[in-house]
Design a protein around this ligand. Structure first.
Ligand SMILES: Cc1cc2nc3c(=O)[nH]c(=O)nc-3n(C[C@H](O)[C@H](O)[C@H](O)COP(=O)(O)OP(=O)(O)OC[C@H]3O[C@@H](n4cnc5c(N)ncnc54)[C@H](O)[C@@H]3O)c2cc1C
Length: 454
């Protein structure tokens, strides 16, 4: 059988932020680009993400009068990267990051909002700052994508309310204050009405926020440059000639297509949260490879790493943390499937504390999610399972929600019935339900309250 062949300058594997950003940049340089993705929708993990970027020294910060202290960002990255600090790579990032933001915000539909206060995860570390480096993708009107909006991967259901992903900061504040402020009530009413109207007409919400806005805006940038994107087209193998990668074998609509890439193949096929074997190899604290749950798409099976290894690439197994950890709870969705809820910010709400399986606090609940999980792993050393409880009273739960549980007036009955929430009329009753000695939990809470009162 003759095999179809397609020739391009650059073949990009993956439609997440890295793939689409690469494709748009290459096209802007006049190169002929093809993007392929194994999924029937584009956006990858990116479409489920928070859509936040961390880039020091951008024009967005400067416009707000935030100047990078000389050398601070480099010192910060050196401190954070410890034994794996790579000066050349860090310099390249610091030099090109602001240029990338300049390019994307002036030449494509990408837009970002940089709140003046959004601290670095270790703002107190050398070179850390209380704000000016983190920016979030600005919400985007899905109508801009025309009929292709149907091809955009949806947000993570656990991070939505009625299928609607809330934007950041001010929007969440309106939802929290819906019954406390007429302005917020009006805002929420308008937002919900528009959302339900969109779902009725388009089958999904059209106000894209966070990572969904990032994936949507990048897709529009690719559309504007007529970049072809083949969906449901997994790359099966890289082609090698004379010691160099010259293209890839792509399966398109069930047929193999040889894609010859004159200038290069870019592996942007995402991470490996659903590659059990790789997890076993790279996470020393998780020997079975099944200890972690990931909110990313289950098709994230680390193909990129395997494709590279098959042609002589090597995965660096010495990185202390080969993944970004976030505490997550597992819930049962109304359709019976399992959902993984990342606890990014709810841990730090007033009235919420985290306790280990013995009922003792083990970390500052407001620490970054990556630090929180490290503390959780440490406090559970020697136990068969790593876990913690997030604890709050009814008032805190109804004010802010917790995990999958939305704040009032949304009901909590389903979460109580399926065991996602455990409740007790007293601390002792709750402790008994959690397998914790009541006296220990009472002592932990009393101590926390004593300090909180101060
Ligand atoms: C809930 C959540 C929130 C997050 N929030 C943030 C945040 O705010 N800021 C931040 O910096 N990071 C965040 N992250 C992490 C971030 O989303 C990812 O690191 C990032 O999206 C990865 O982008 P990517 O382009 O490398 O991969 P992906 O977005 O995963 O895209 C990879 C694509 O490659 C495709 N692919 C895989 N194998 C093949 C193959 N063989 N052939 C063809 N295609 C293939 C996949 O289908 C996928 O579409 C978050 C992650 C999650 C889960």
């Amino acid at each position: 059988m003759s095999q179809e062949t397609q020739a391009v300058d650059v073949l990009v594997i993956g439609t997440g932020a890295s793939g689409m950003a690469t494709a748009v940049t290459a096209a802007a340089q006049g190169l002929q680009v093809l993007v392929v993705d194994k999924q029937p929708q584009f956006g990858g993990t990116t479409a489920r993400s928070g859509g936040w970027l961390w880039i020091p020294g951008t024009h967005l910060a400067k416009e707000q009068g935030i100047e990078e202290p000389p050398g601070a960002a480099k010192a910060y990255l050196k401190h954070e990267a410890t034994t794996h600090y790579d000066e050349r790579r860090v310099d390249a990032f610091l030099e090109n990051g602001p240029k990338a933001i300049e390019f994307f915000t002036s030449q494509t539909p990408l837009r970002f909002d940089l709140p003046p206060v959004f601290p670095d995860y270790h703002a107190e570390a050398p070179g850390g700052l209380p704000g000016g480096r983190s920016m979030v993708t600005r919400p985007y009107d899905g109508r801009e994508l025309g009929p292709r909006i149907k091809l955009l991967a949806p947000p993570l259901p656990e991070l939505t309310v009625f299928g609607m992903m809330l934007g950041s900061g001010p929007e969440i504040r309106h939802f929290m204050r819906v019954f406390k402020s007429p302005t917020s009530f009006w805002y929420v009413t308008k937002r919900l009405t528009r959302h339900f109207f969109d779902v009725l007409i388009h089958g999904r919400g059209m106000t894209l926020t966070n990572g969904n806005a990032l994936a949507g805006r990048l897709a529009k940038a690719a559309m504007d440059r007529d970049i072809p994107v083949w969906l449901s087209s997994p790359v099966k193998q890289l082609l090698v000639e004379g010691g160099a990668v010259t293209g890839a074998l792509v399966e398109r609509e069930g047929r193999p297509v040889r894609v010859v890439a004159r200038r290069g193949v870019v592996l942007a096929a995402g991470g490996f949260p659903y590659d059990v074997e790789r997890r076993q190899q790279l996470f020393p604290h998780a020997p079975t490879g099944r200890e972690h749950f990931s909110p990313s798409p289950s098709t994230n099976t680390g193909d990129g790493l395997r494709l590279a290894e098959a042609v002589g690439g090597r995965v660096d197994g010495t990185i202390p943390h080969a993944a970004a950890w976030v505490p997550a709870s597992v819930t049962t969705r109304p359709d019976g499937s399992a959902g993984v809820m990342p606890h990014f910010i709810d841990r730090a709400k007033p009235g919420v504390i985290a306790v280990n399986p013995e009922g003792r606090r083990f970390t500052n609940e407001g620490n970054s999610y990556h630090d929180f999980v490290q503390a959780m792993v440490k406090t559970c050393e020697g136990r068969p399972e790593v876990f913690a409880w997030l604890l709050c009273d009814h008032k805190a739960l109804r004010s802010y929600g917790l995990g999958c549980v939305a704040p009032a007036p949304l009901p909590i009955g389903r979460h109580l019935r399926n065991g996602y929430l455990k409740s007790g009329a007293s601390l002792a009753e709750l402790a008994t339900q959690l397998g914790i000695a009541p006296a220990t939990l009472e002592q932990t809470v009393a101590e926390f309250n004593r300090h909180a009162a101060k």
